[in-house]
Design a protein around this ligand. Structure first.
Ligand code: 6PG
Length: 464
């Protein structure tokens, strides 16, 4: 009998996903460009549900119809290459599923082409890293809704479960799944940046050691900040270096890497005209951090040009509040980007459902996503999370602490682009009269760009 599904690409994510599918009782054929990885997987796995193939034709022939083939290859040209090789082996109706971090616009293009040729194409966001792929990731499938029936059950079975509900749901047409995964990553960037700023403040003004920080984050993880990222942060602070007598975190070079999904989120937000300053700020901060040599030089050039404020133990709670309030703004930005993309691309995204699948398996999984799910199930057209009652109450109760923390950091010369951009986002958002009357006047002055008036209809230009 034929195999239920195929996986192409056996680097760690593909391999773990194949094992996960096999664990759920499905039969899986696997193929990798170089046969070595296929052999390794076959040698180490104990299940009978996995069959390895060393020719693409035989791999395809081994699958039941419609064939379901998950690509777990690097985003970009490797995806095009494999599609090109696969196509001659396929039959109309077969389903290609791209499970990598592909750019959603590429997914839209590939999907249009392949659907026009009689195949089905799914762009599926898969989050949760290696462990998620193996034990249950969050899954965001985008593609033809009819064809989803053939793959939905498998994806649902292998996904994480949060409060008993699967962290997988049909997201929308063509690029919707990859779009949502991209925004997930943008939010992930912001969330990580905010946590790093909390660390920087606690270390800077309270001189906390990694072991103190381990305790603080452990405690935060018991409350409303409860999340995967806070949990691993607490673990990280407890880890001793094996090569020195320091904590490992203190031995790691402060130059951040990135693979591009955060940058894409920023680019798309600029295209769609949706402000996501805390997310883009997090991307920029990674760029800034990566040029360590110049920062060292500038550090010498400027020396200590701010006086660090000293704060006592009672400052931990304001920092927690500032972190939560900033986090709310970062998520508000990410979700408003999805709202606008849904309109522009016609995806009809269910934001409440998306918040729910983010509750488990993925990197940003957190308790508080229940609150986001509630906000959008109360009002699916909610303009911004900041307009929701629960979030309004939190922000109102926390703004004083939030301002105090940002002010303390700024006075102390501690860079807090995340906390401060989130606060500025909130302040701009709630300000009835911004100074853009002046900006409009300037535009009209030098470029006759015209302006509107507050007291009457029409378009005006002044000879300044
Ligand atoms: C996930 C992660 C995953 C990943 C990114 C991070 O959801 O499982 O987001 O996609 O770790 O590759 O990328 P950076 O290297 O850009 O931080």
């Amino acid at each position: 009998s034929r195999q239920n599904i195929g996986v192409i690409g056996l680097a760690v994510m593909g391999k773990n996903l194949a094992l996960n599918i096999a664990d759920h009782g499905y039969t899986v054929s696997v193929f990798n460009r170089s046969g070595k990885r296929t052999q390794e997987l076959l040698a180490e796995c104990t299940t009978n549900n996995i069959e390895g193939y060393f020719s693409l034709e035989e791999f395809v022939q081994s699958l039941e119809r419609p064939r379901k083939i998950i690509l777990m290859v690097k985003a970009g040209s490797p995806v095009n290459d494999i599609i090109k090789q696969l196509k001659p082996c396929l039959t109309p109706g077969d389903i290609i599923i791209d499970g990598g971090n592909s750019y959603f616009a590429d997914t839209i293009n590939r999907s249009r082409k392949l659907e026009a040729e009689g195949f089905h194409y799914f762009g599926v966001g898969i989050s949760g890293g290696e462990e998620g792929a193996r034990r249950g990731p969050a899954i965001m499938p985008g593609g033809d809704v009819g064809a989803y029936e053939s793959i939905g059950q498998i994806l649902t079975d292998i996904s994480a479960k949060a409060e008993g509900e699967p962290c997988c749901r049909y997201i929308g047409g063509d690029g919707a799944g990859h779009f949502v995964k991209m925004v997930h990553n943008g939010i992930e960037y912001a969330d990580m940046q905010l946590i790093c700023e909390a660390y920087s403040i606690l270390k800077g003004v309270m001189h906390m050691s990694p072991s103190d920080l381990h305790e603080v984050f452990k405690e935060w993880n018991q409350g409303e900040l409860n999340s995967y990222l806070i949990g691993i942060t607490s673990d990280i602070f407890a880890k001793k270096d094996t090569d020195s007598d320091h904590y490992l975190v203190d031995m790691i070079l402060d130059a951040a890497g990135q693979k591009g999904t955060g940058k894409w989120t920023g680019q798309v937000a600029l295209e769609l005209g949706i402000p996501i300053p805390t997310i883009t700020g997090a991307v920029f901060e990674r760029y800034l951090s990566s040029d360590k040599a110049t920062r060292m030089e500038a550090g010498k050039l400027y020396g200590d040009c701010a006086k660090t404020k000293q704060r006592g133990a009672d400052f931990v709670e304001p920092v927690r509040k500032a972190l939560y309030a900033s986090k709310i703004c970062a998520y508000a930005q990410g979700f408003s980007l999805m709202l606008e993309a849904s309109r522009q691309y016609g995806w009809k995204l269910n934001l409440s459902g998306i918040a729910k699948i983010f509750r488990g398996g993925c990197i940003i999984r957190a308790q508080f996503l229940n609150k986001i799910a509630d906000a959008y199930s109360d009002d699916s057209e909610l303009k911004n999370l900041l307009m929701d009652n629960y979030f309004k109450t939190v922000i109102e109760n926390y703004t004083q602490a939030w301002r105090d923390v940002v002010a303390t950091a700024v006075t102390s010369g501690i860079s807090v682009p995340g906390f401060s951009s989130a606060l500025a986002y909130f302040d701009s958002y709630r300000t009835e009269t911004l100074p853009m009357n002046l900006l409009q006047a300037q535009r009209d002055y030098f470029g006759a760009h015209t302006y509107q008036r507050i007291d009457k209809e029409g378009t005006y230009h002044t000879q300044w």
